[in-house]
Design a protein around this ligand. Structure first.
Ligand SMILES: Cc1cc2nc3c(=O)[nH]c(=O)nc-3n(C[C@H](O)[C@H](O)[C@H](O)COP(=O)(O)OP(=O)(O)OC[C@H]3O[C@@H](n4cnc5c(N)ncnc54)[C@H](O)[C@@H]3O)c2cc1C
Length: 575
């Protein structure tokens, strides 16, 4: 079995040539020193660490898994040492501010690190995956006292963090959460209740675990507005143990290296984070960061599956490929059979489009944080708000379905454990569910964001994409297919805006079709940018990028017509 190997040259090409990231970042005073060379160095080191230390632990993570005994969770072999070396080398602190103990580097480098980590070992990566969101949450909403006690430990990753939202009866609808927080005379709160499915709720990777918990004050109104956010550590700063217990870990389809915990809070003494009743607001900082990370999990896992399928298809021979003659006893590579070539090139098209979109989103996050220009910040906010749910949904969907297609390339050898691709498919499935299911992402996009402003934000995003199309795509004939698709999406958006008031369920029925249509427009844009970057490059590079570009146009983008057709039919039926 070959372990995943980060291919940082491809990633670097997308970052520098396609997205022109170094120049953009250097224009921000915070990153004046961050040039292409520094970024390449960081990526190279990250790739080495991921390939040498994290990837080799993936199989044991799956086969041994996290183990629970009497409330104590032991992580799979090698996980703890790898985590200690990870945080001590400064990787979790990459994008945290220098004043909090971080390295102050751009978010995009952190995004690329997490893509590689997820590809190498999804289970292990779940543990640090929530750190940056927790750091931002405490930084922006915590009191000075909380910051003094926890911010640096979380920024550096010395202490790991969890996000405790889900309860047995409250999943997508967090407004149903019942965990209680009762004020104590000293200004703190006693939190009681049960949270389920808590990733990394208990483990032996770090000396302490910082739980961020949604709970309800006694006089709080029902629903989401009654939720406040609380911080409960496993150990308080004086070393005493809190009344937080891990009652069980779940048996799961995959992701065995990540303990999914049932956590009991038994009058656990906690501090409030932010204002009473504003818990979801505070938590959204964390959830948005986590959604981008989950999209990156999808992209990374699909790349890992693709690497295995490609390696196998370059070795295995079966039957003659069309046009290769008919000599008895000879057989061609699996990679030469058109049906398999189609799978391989198509999945590569998804991976690279995903990278361009995810890296661009991370660059926009840097603009939000550091740009001195209000218009730039507003455009960046819009990009992140609209593109993040799209990426979370489509790239996690593709990791599972496209990963399964990659498994198909190995035939029966993919279904058995030897090549490790069946683990990727099992592990990937959950990403379509957590961090807001993919159905919830679609509703977030269409109902909460697009319909909420009558389509204005989406039209502005489409203006940005149009302005950002490479010259070659803009200059040709009356309409390039990309421009035509953008026009269709504008028209479809308008139709839903007009039809939605006539049928309360319409937007909810077509939300997924709409999200997919937006995703396809974004992917088209991403690949036009890639091709523009390749045009000026070497002939070898053209061979690397041309086949997925063709696959995108042949096998992926036609879905846009189908999705628009479905939406238009539904809008007409509502009229
Ligand atoms: C391995 C794993 C790790 C997790 N880690 C964490 C964690 O660290 N912290 C945490 O708090 N939670 C965590 N979760 C929980 C996860 O976020 C929830 O499972 C998820 O939000 C969905 O909730 P649910 O499972 O209760 O499904 P439900 O909300 O009951 O939904 C069931 C189905 O109905 C659909 N549905 C629900 N409402 C709607 C609607 N309005 N419109 C359309 N469809 C709808 C859903 O999309 C889903 O398909 C984890 C879950 C798993 C499996």
């Amino acid at each position: 079995m070959n372990a995943y190997q980060p291919r940082t040259d491809d990633m670097q090409f997308l970052l520098s040539r396609v997205l022109n990231a170094p120049a953009q970042l250097q224009a921000l005073p915070a990153f004046a020193e961050v040039d292409a060379e520094l970024m390449q160095q960081v990526l190279g080191e990250a790739g080495k660490f991921v390939g040498d230390v994290i990837a080799p632990l993936n199989r044991d993570g799956d086969e041994v898994g996290a183990q629970w005994k009497d409330g104590v969770v032991t992580m799979p072999p090698g996980f703890k040492d790898a985590y200690q070396s990870f945080w001590q080398s400064g990787w979790p602190a990459l994008a945290a501010s220098a004043e909090d103990g971080g390295q102050g580097l751009p978010s995009v480098l952190e995004a690329m690190l997490y893509e590689m980590l997820s590809a190498a070992n999804h289970g292990w990566t779940m543990a640090p995956g929530l750190l940056h969101g927790a750091y931002e949450c405490i930084k922006h909403h915590g009191s000075d006292e909380l910051k003094a006690q926890y911010l640096e430990k979380v920024a550096t990753g010395e202490w790991l963090a969890t996000m405790c939202l889900t309860e047995p009866h409250a999943g997508s609808d967090l407004g149903l959460a019942r965990t209680k927080a009762v004020p104590m005379p000293d200004g703190r709160y006693a939190v009681s209740g049960t949270k389920i499915f808590i990733s990394g709720g208990e483990h032996d990777l770090s000396d302490n675990i910082v739980h961020l918990v949604l709970a309800r004050l006694p006089d709080a109104p029902p629903g989401p507005k009654g939720l406040s956010l609380f911080l409960v550590p496993k150990f308080y700063p004086d070393g005493s143990r809190s009344r937080v217990h891990c009652d069980r870990i779940e048996e799961k389809m995959g992701l065995h290296g990540s303990p999914t915990c049932v956590m009991r809070f038994d009058e656990a003494v906690s501090s409030i984070v932010g204002e009473p009743g504003k818990g979801l607001n505070a938590m959204f900082v964390m959830m948005n960061a986590a959604r981008l990370h989950v999209a990156l999990q999808g992209i990374g896992l699909l790349d890992a599956a693709w690497q295995k399928a490609d390696a196998y298809a370059q070795e295995r021979r079966q039957m003659r490929a069309p046009g290769k003659g008919k000599s008895a006893g000879e057989a061609d590579l699996i990679a030469e059979h058109p049906a398999m070539r189609r799978i391989l090139d198509t999945q590569r098209a998804w991976v690279d489009a995903g990278r361009v979109l995810a890296y661009r989103t991370a660059l926009e996050l840097d603009q939000i944080k550091h740009s001195p220009n209000a218009d730039t910040q507003a455009a960046a906010q819009r990009w992140c708000a609209l593109v993040t749910p799209v990426m979370k949904s489509v790239f996690t969907h593709q990791a599972f379905h496209g990963g399964s297609d990659c498994l198909q390339v190995l035939g029966g050898h993919g279904y058995v454990r030897e090549w490790g691709i069946e683990q990727i498919v099992r592990d990937a499935r959950v990403a379509m569910i957590y961090e807001g299911t993919n159905e919830i992402q679609a509703i977030d996009l269409l109902v909460r964001k697009v319909l909420a402003d009558g389509g204005a934000g989406m039209n502005a995003l489409l203006d940005t994409l149009t302005a950002d199309l490479p010259q070659a795509a803009k200059a040709s004939k009356a309409h390039t297919p990309a421009q035509a698709r953008i026009q269709t999406l504008r028209a479809v958006t308008q139709q839903i805006v007009q039809a939605a008031p006539k049928d309360a369920a319409l937007a909810y029925r077509v939300a997924d079709d709409y999200l997919r249509a937006v995703a396809l427009v974004l992917m088209d844009w991403a690949w036009l940018r890639i091709q523009a970057g390749v045009d000026a490059d070497t002939p070898n590079a053209q061979a690397r990028w041309l086949a997925p570009a063709k696959a995108l146009r042949s096998w992926v983008l036609p879905e846009f017509q189908m999705r628009s057709f479905i939406i238009v039919q539904q809008c007409m039926a509502a009229a």
